[in-house]
Ligand binder design. Structure first.
Ligand code: TRP
Length: 462
């Protein structure tokens, strides 16, 4: 999506085009790399089920809210929020909601590109037959030695960032989006082949149990916060990205149904990734809580043992890189747009400048796997800090502001009309938007800050 907001304001040719672009932003490393490892770090089904709940109760209404405000504003997120505020006789400070998204985008893309680099490296390694007949232990070593090598990581991170910058700067995103129509389904097929491998050779029964039979005892505040953060991250929410996508959306499109479709596709891909990875983890006695390295250790085992696995591996990591690039483009967009509007740089120069700045921060992120592994911020290394700060705090806070604005500060009648809701459905919508979604976010934060315990003690002391 690179049509310049300032000049022409194009509209999506078809609803399908829009759905694909939204899915292109949503489906990325978050689904295939991050979701499985978060499951592994947060006790399996406790995380999966909380996550699904967050998608429905929080992700869905905020996705609709971003689209609705963006479609009305027909501008970039900051301007759209400002326009919506003026329309509803509210102060302009609401446009800060759009502004905080720019910063979040900047921070997210820096570490996102490092992982994109890992995917690029794995295209090469699969192609070179590095995984042939590999054992779990050897797969771990391949990855550990990549992480331990800053120069190597730097090359791949740089390459990923250059690819993203080139695509955004050249404005060839249109072509990429057309390619996405073929490549995204192909990624889905690849994943299902891997799920099939898990059924035949892996511990599928154990996986299904691990992912879906409720183990509420594993639930704690961190699990809930991570699940909520992941819901925001995977749907590309809380950054105004979906708002700017919404600004290209025609009036006739049904927002609720379209949100349902996008969330369903995104979730199917994420669950498929989980079903592909955990059978291999259990069958090979690997650690579920390997963290960010999880898919890079497990999938090579599958590729190393299927016939034609090297080719499948190359294909899979190409598609993963592709999915990462379509998401990275959407992360780059707000930063570039911001520079373009606030400075005198043109589009190409804005892209290059933001690219270099994001790249530099990415270098700090990649060093946290080796040279700077001891550097810690709030007990986290730089990489984890960037991830948690954005996913678990910045995105939910911005999302909270968006939904509170929509629910409490916008005229409700016109929203009712625009969404085509009536009767109980409208009441349900209002309940979710005004109470459930904001309350959920606030409670998760309160839990994190330890306030819930205080309140609980206070109640108990009465
Ligand atoms: N949703 C993408 C993923 O799952 C990442 C992403 C793209 C994103 N744009 C975003 C996350 C905007 C937060 C905000 O990989």
């Amino acid at each position: 999506m690179t049509t310049n907001h300032k000049h022409t304001h194009a509209q999506w040719g078809s609803r399908l085009g829009f759905v694909l672009a939204a899915v292109g932003s949503a489906v990325g490393l978050g689904n295939i790399w991050k979701f499985p490892y978060m499951i592994g770090q947060n006790g399996g089904s406790a995380f999966v089920l909380t996550y699904l709940l967050c998608l429905i109760a929080v992700g869905f209404p905020i996705l609709v809210a971003e689209w609705l405000i963006g479609r009305r504003g027909q501008k970039n997120p900051i301007a759209a929020m400002k326009a919506a505020a003026e329309d509803n006789l509210q102060p302009k400070v609401w446009s800060l909601v759009g502004a905080s998204g720019v910063l979040a985008a900047f921070l997210i893309l820096s570490f996102y590109s490092v992982i994109g680099g890992w995917a690029l490296n794995y295209i090469l390694q699969s192609g070179a037959g590095a995984f042939h007949g590999i054992s779990g232990e050897a797969a771990g070593q391949v990855f550990t030695s990549l992480l331990a090598n800053p120069a190597e990581l730097l090359i791949w991170h740089t390459l990923f960032m250059m690819l993203t910058v080139a695509i955004v700067a050249l404005g060839v995103a249109g072509g990429l989006e057309r390619a996405a129509k073929v490549l995204m389904p192909l990624l889905g097929i690849c994943l299902f082949v891997l799920v099939g491998y898990g059924f035949v050779n892996g511990a599928m029964a154990q996986t299904l149990d691990y992912l879906f039979s409720p183990n509420w005892s594993k639930i704690n505040q961190r699990v809930v916060l991570d699940a909520m953060g992941q819901a925001f991250f995977t749907l590309s929410l809380g950054m105004g990205i979906m708002m700017s996508y919404g600004s290209y959306l025609g009036k006739e499109v049904n927002l609720l149904r379209t949100a349902g479709i996008v969330i369903l596709m995104d979730t199917l891909i994420a669950i498929a990734a989980g079903l592909a990875i955990f059978p291999i983890v259990f069958a090979n006695g690997l650690e579920t809580n390997a963290g960010p390295s999880l898919i890079f250790i497990t999938l090579p085992i599958a590729f190393g043992h299927i016939s034609g696995g090297a080719i499948l591996g190359v294909l899979f990591f190409i598609l993963l890189t592709f999915a990462a690039i379509t998401s990275a483009m959407s992360l780059m967009e707000p930063v570039v747009e911001f520079l373009e509007e606030k400075t005198r740089l043109n589009r190409a120069m804005s892209t290059l400048t933001s690219g270099v700045a994001i790249w530099a921060l990415g270098v700090a992120a990649l060093l946290s796997f080796n040279a700077w592994s001891q550097v810690s911020l709030f007990g986290l290394n730089i990489f984890d800090f960037l991830d948690k700060l954005t996913s678990n705090f910045m995105l939910p806070l911005t999302g909270l502001a968006t939904i509170v604005f929509l629910g409490w500060f916008m005229r409700q009648q016109s929203i009712k009309h625009e969404l085509g809701l009536s009767g109980v459905w409208w009441m349900a919508w209002q309940l979710v938007v005004k109470i459930i979604a904001p309350l959920a976010v606030v409670l998760v934060f309160a839990g994190q800050l330890g306030w819930l315990d205080d309140i609980w003690q206070w109640i108990a002391s009465l």
